[in-house]
Design a protein around this ligand. Structure first.
Ligand code: C2E
Ligand code: CA
Ligand code: CA
Length: 539
């Protein structure tokens, strides 16, 4: 799959993955809003009918009480009883005495009440002696009138409740009614309503009827109007799902990029692609200027041409264990590239850097033998460097490996002497052939006497133990002179040449050692080497 197709697949997958929670939430939110709406109108209808039952019930009880006390006419003491009843009963506008034909004879307010128009009449469940009426007083005011027969005479006792008081003005949370509630009589005559009127087509509605008194209330709400009540929640939902979508997009889109981001996988790929290449830093005989060999330093040459120094990839290669394969590959490259030139010059030594890992078992011994067996390079021309910077896990194992290598004629060098923590005695226990003095001491040569003392000690020691010494990181001629005066023969450093690509190193060898075999006079050639090295390093 190409990177482009991968990206498209990732985007589509991202949309699907992000879309599912988004759709689910919105579906749930829609359902939630709808359920909330239904709950609200159901509860409004229930509360309205409860109010009707309560208020009409109070009126019926009050009338029964008056009847039981014998109230039946407009006599002064009966009017007092009506006033007392009104005083002690909230929500009832008036108590009155009606003639058998329904005309109002008197009320607790006085003896000349205005005209009442009856709009609808209906019975009360289980109360054949009582009736409920919808009446109008004056132009518009509507009332529910409850009437029952007096116990003596023909007159009728009545209680009048303002119709508006039967429909609650507030919602269950104490706010203004957000739903529309509309009350009708049993025959459908309109009694009262409250709240915003809804569109008939797009609304939720709930209907409830009072079992006792026969009034019906229908509550309703516009779906959209209700949704706006919960808009905050919906907006929050959109933000939440939007955020989730973006996060998932990011994860899904970045996911295919993570593979090359895995640095070990990237190292493996580069190894496969042959991007790790050898550079060669010449080791020079400072008594005659001849090139005695080279140290192989790994470089990562990327496809775009950039060349990375080991500091940026060797630590990971060592910790991941990939260094073992990388070293094998490096040795093969050197064998193929330098084989002929090294074979022609038997005095040349080619050094490789090993990691502490290499000394844990004898794999390196067979590796070196297999790689160089049958090649023009003699095993005696190979130097393997073990750094003092890293501690070896097992001294016994390291000694065994070193001895086995030396058994093949391979030279072993201890690198970065003085820069590590192991110390001199440790180094001696390893039984190496060469010690490489760290650049730190060479740098200090210019101004510190103690550095010279250390170098002199190392030279004495090396002579006694028949070890060679190589000075590293030599950058100026004063250092060359100082080292030569102390009896050091081999050195490497920028003063001679930086690490060179294979082709440059071959050119250098061809220029200063055109024929095979040892060359006796090296003075001119040393000059030539320095000039060439400078040119190569500038390139
Ligand atoms: P090292 O083995 O101590 O290599 C010497 C380092 O000093 C090299 O750095 C070299 O370029 C640098 N150098 C040489 N002359 C001078 C000089 O005059 N002045 C200064 N300032 N530096 C100089 P490089 O090539 O960056 O390598 C760094 C380290 O990476 C090496 O230190 C070695 O420990 C490790 N390394 C390189 N190649 C390999 C390899 O193939 N395998 C393993 N395990 N480690 C390697
Ligand atoms: Ca080295
Ligand atoms: Ca070194």
């Amino acid at each position: 799959m190409s990177a482009r197709t991968k990206k498209i697949v990732a985007i589509v997958a991202g949309m699907l993955i992000a879309g599912v929670p988004m759709a689910t939430l919105n579906y749930w939110l829609d359902g939630f809003v709808e359920r909330q709406g239904q709950n609200e109108i159901d509860s409004a209808a229930r509360r309205t009918i409860a109010l009707v039952d309560y208020r009409v019930g109070l009126a019926v009880t009050a009338l029964d009480d008056l009847a039981a006390r014998g109230v039946a006419s407009c006599r002064a003491d009966h009017l007092d009883a009506l006033r007392n009843a009104n005083f002690s009963t909230g929500a009832i506008k008036e108590f009155s005495i009606l003639a058998p034909n329904g005309r109002t004879l008197c009320s607790d307010l006085g003896t000349h009440p205005g005209e009442r128009v009856v709009l609808a009449t209906q019975g009360i469940t289980a109360r054949p002696d009582a009736v409920l009426e919808l009446i109008r007083i004056g132009e518009t005011s509507k009332f529910i009138r409850v009437r029952r027969a007096a116990l003596t005479g023909e007159n009728i006792l009545a209680a009048v409740i303002p119709a508006d008081l039967l429909v609650p003005r507030t919602n269950s949370r104490g706010g203004l009614m957000s739903v529309h509630a509309r009350m009708v009589m049993r025959n459908g005559t309109f009694v009262s309503d409250v709240g915003p009127v809804s569109d008939t087509d797009s609304r939720l509605s709930s209907t409830r009827t009072s079992d006792l008194y026969g009034m019906t209330v229908e509550t309703s709400v516009r779906r959209v109007a209700f949704a706006t009540d919960y808009q905050d929640l919906q907006t929050l939902g959109f933000f939440f799902t939007g955020f989730l979508a973006v996060a998932l997009f990011a994860v899904v889109i970045l996911f295919p990029k993570r593979e090359p981001d895995n640095p070990v996988a990237e190292l493996e790929r580069a190894l496969e692609a042959g991007e790790f290449v050898p550079y060669y830093q010449p080791v020079v005989d400072i008594t005659n200027g001849r090139v005695r060999g080279a140290e192989v330093l790994m470089r990562w040459r990327k496809p775009d041409g950039t060349v990375l120094a080991p500091a940026s990839f060797i630590p990971l290669a060592e910790s991941s264990g990939l260094i073992l394969d990388m070293t094998r590959a490096l040795m093969r490259s050197v064998r193929d590239e330098m084989g002929a030139a090294v074979a022609e010059r038997p005095f040349l030594r080619i050094g490789f850097n090993l990691a502490a890992r290499h000394f844990m078992n004898e794999e390196i011994v067979s590796d070196v033998r297999e790689i160089f067996e049958g090649s023009p390079v003699r095993l005696s021309q190979i130097v393997l460097e073990v750094t003092e910077r890293q501690s070896l896990d097992s001294l016994t194992s390291a000694r065994r490996v070193i001895a086995a290598l030396q058994g093949l004629g391979i030279k072993v060098a201890i690198d970065d002497i003085g820069a590590g923590h192991a110390g001199l005695s440790y180094m001696l226990k390893l039984g190496v052939d060469i010690i490489k003095i760290d650049k730190m001491f060479i740098d200090a040569l210019d101004h510190e006497n103690s550095s010279m003392t250390i170098i002199e000690t190392l030279v004495d020691l090396a002579r006694n133990m028949r070890m060679d010494i190589v000075a590293e990181g030599v950058e100026n001629f004063e250092q060359v002179v100082a080292l030569r005066e102390r009896g050091i023969r081999s050195a490497q450093g920028y003063v001679f040449a930086p690490p060179l690509p294979g082709a440059s190193f071959l050119e250098l060898l061809a220029a200063i050692d055109p024929q095979s075999g040892p060359v006796s006079s090296g003075v001119d050639r040393s000059g030539g080497l320095i000039a060439l090295g400078a040119r190569a390093s500038a390139a």
